[in-house]
Design a protein around this ligand. Structure first.
Ligand code: HEM
Length: 326
């Protein structure tokens, strides 16, 4: 770097630090003594590899834990893009440069974000065989008893994806009409709240109660915040020309099917593989009546209803369910 460029860089740095009342020369002192960053430190490799703590000695339990962690990281990747759509972009540090995150939600950015989200979800859907084919059933049926009453049902990121994607009324069970205006009533009637009810006692499962204690307040706040910011609301607020954009519509439909049909079916397949026998079904760790709760054709959750015909909505998830249960 020549001297002129160097001076220019120092001026830019000085501007950055003085804009927050800080002193550049102190930071330069720090730089003088700071060590170089190693890859292992940058990505916290040791910490990452220390996060798998099986409860049993069955080797396949590690696969189960790692794939859940991978799924949560992919959910996080999805959420980063979804949040960008929800927030219309946000300026984090004022460097005066265009770093890509403070842009308005133009149609091009909307398309770019949806494209990324679908890529992440396609990876998750295609890799679910790690669960369905990659563990010994005998081992699974034993080590699962050590994780009671926890269940992937308690994935808060999955619920955040839903709340950031559409209106609460779209997350209702098919047979219940979303008539209430109260946020609390709406939230308490979401499909998964009805799904985690013990059929015999008609009471909430402990897995649901545990989840509610930890996350209800946070999720209800999010639901309130997302009223006009969720993906469906953002799409509806586009100008009439952009709303007709074929690429965006195709990506939104792909997303709807990816989350609400394809991922759910890939996941359901693993429940069928491990929990279903010829004559009976094994109770799930979360205690739901999973055979009537998990299939997308029963849940019928559709984020963006107006993008589908009546017939498509009626047949939501049906053909896929048949092919899995054959
Ligand atoms: C062998 C692998 C798996 C089996 C047998 C399985 C089984 C189940 C069952 C039976 C349920 C219903 C709730 C309950 O009663 O527990 C459920 C829900 C759920 N699981 Fe899994 N699961 C597996 C892997 C995963 C993975 C890798 C994830 C990723 C994070 C995950 C996330 C979820 C989510 C988000 C729900 C709620 C789904 C909804 O509300 O429609 N599961 N799982």
């Amino acid at each position: 770097m020549n001297e002129e460029n160097l001076i220019e860089k120092i001026k830019q740095l000085s501007k950055k630090y003085s804009s927050t009342g800080q002193d550049l020369s102190s930071y330069l002192d720090g730089l003088l003594y700071a060590d170089y960053v190693g890859y292992w430190n940058y990505i916290h490799l040791d910490t990452l590899l220390s996060l798998q703590n099986p409860k049993t000695d069955f080797p396949d339990e590690q696969i189960f834990i790692i794939y859940h962690q991978i799924s949560e990281l992919f959910f996080k990747l999805c959420l980063l893009e979804i949040e960008h759509i929800n927030k219309n972009g946000r300026n984090v540090i004022d460097t005066g440069e265009d770093l890509g995150w403070n842009k308005k939600l133009t149609i091009d950015i909307f398309i770019q974000k949806m494209d990324r989200i679908n890529r992440y979800l396609n990876n998750l859907i295609n890799s679910f065989e790690i669960m369905t084919k990659g563990m010994e059933k005998k081992q699974f049926l034993k080590f699962r008893m050590a994780l009671l009453p926890s269940s992937g049902f308690q994935s808060v990121q999955f619920r955040m994806i839903e709340l950031r994607s559409t209106n609460l009324a779209q997350l209702y069970p098919e047979k219940i009409q979303a008539t209430s205006k109260s946020l609390k009533t709406m939230y308490n009637n979401l499909y998964w709240k009805h799904g985690a009810i013990d059929l015999k006692t008609k009471k909430k499962t402990y897995t649901l109660k545990q989840f509610e204690r930890k996350y209800d307040e946070r999720l209800m706040k999010l639901a309130n915040k997302m009223k006009e910011k969720n993906i469906w609301a953002k799409y509806n607020a586009l100008n009439p020309r952009d709303k007709k954009n074929k690429t965006l519509i195709k990506l939104l439909k792909e997303y709807d099917v990816n989350i609400n049909v394809n991922w759910k079916l890939a996941h359901y397949k693993s429940a069928v593989k491990y929990l279903k026998n010829k004559n009976n079904s094994t109770a799930a760790t979360g205690g739901t009546n999973w055979e009537s709760f998990l299939p997308p054709k029963f849940q019928k959750i559709i984020f963006f209803p107006d993008l589908w015909t009546k017939k498509e909505q009626e047949n939501w998830g049906k053909s896929w369910v048949k092919s899995i249960l054959k």
